[in-house]
Design a protein around this ligand. Structure first.
Ligand SMILES: [Zn+2]
Ligand SMILES: [Zn+2]
Length: 228
């Protein structure tokens, strides 16, 4: 089987990346990548760079996949434990998204610590309903700027004990306070955002479609939609 243009393998490589993370909790191995690109690791690596340019994933300087949202190959403050698979959870948004995206893991244990006071938090997150709890998620970077440095953006999208810890932490670090979501709002944000990423033919949302999603999830306003 051959295809005229190597870019034709990009979607196969993207799906291989996402399925490796979904199934095994890790980035794909070199043989898995090569398998996805008609046996050529070189073609797969070219595909990875095009996928990174198109914001389907993030590579480090060694061409390893470090982020394929909602999956992460690096610790960003969260672990997500399913029945069979353990993930680095990405950010608060990504950690809450994993049980919605991975068919075999409808319920996970999300564990983290408050960046302000280090209090541990463990939440059972399922597809059925948001978890109960006083915790809040803090998003310092508006959506229009999240991809300026997405690794940093994910690293600061954390769960705090409550808004007082967000205030104390932003005071202490000098980081601007962004928007704060309670657990039901975070769960609605995560619920459908990554739908389709494990399948062929996935298309990223255009900015207007993203704004419509945020509004439907109950998150209107300039922070989420990029407009006032
Ligand atoms: Zn705290
Ligand atoms: Zn994230």
């Amino acid at each position: 089987m051959s295809r005229e243009d190597d870019t034709a393998w990009d979607e196969d490589v993207r799906v291989a990346v996402y399925r490796a993370f979904a199934t095994h909790g890790r980035a794909p191995t070199a043989p898995e990548l090569a398998d996805a690109a008609h046996g050529s690791l070189a073609v797969a690596k070219q595909a990875l760079h095009r996928l990174a340019d198109a914001r389907h994933l993030v590579l480090d300087v060694c061409e390893h996949v470090v982020l394929a949202h909602p999956f992460a190959a690096i610790p960003l403050g969260f672990s997500v434990m399913g029945e069979r698979t353990l993930w680095w959870g990405g950010c608060a948004w990504d950690s809450f998204a994993i049980p919605h995206l991975v068919p075999a893991e409808p319920e996970v244990l999300v564990a983290t610590r408050c960046p302000c006071c280090t209090e541990p938090t463990a939440l059972v997150v399922s597809r059925e309903a948001p978890p109960d709890g006083p915790q809040v998620a803090h998003f310092p970077v508006p959506t229009a700027r999240m991809w300026d440095d997405v690794r940093h953006t994910c690293s600061v999208q954390r769960l705090f004990c409550g808004e007082s810890c967000v205030d104390e932490w932003t005071d202490r670090t000098g980081m601007a306070k962004g928007t704060v979501l309670d657990l039901p709002a975070l769960w609605r944000l995560a619920e459908g955002w990554y739908a389709g990423r494990l399948e062929h033919g996935y298309r990223r949302r255009e900015p207007a479609e993203a704004a419509a999603y945020f509004t439907a999830a109950g998150l209107p306003g300039e922070f989420w939609t990029g407009r006032s």
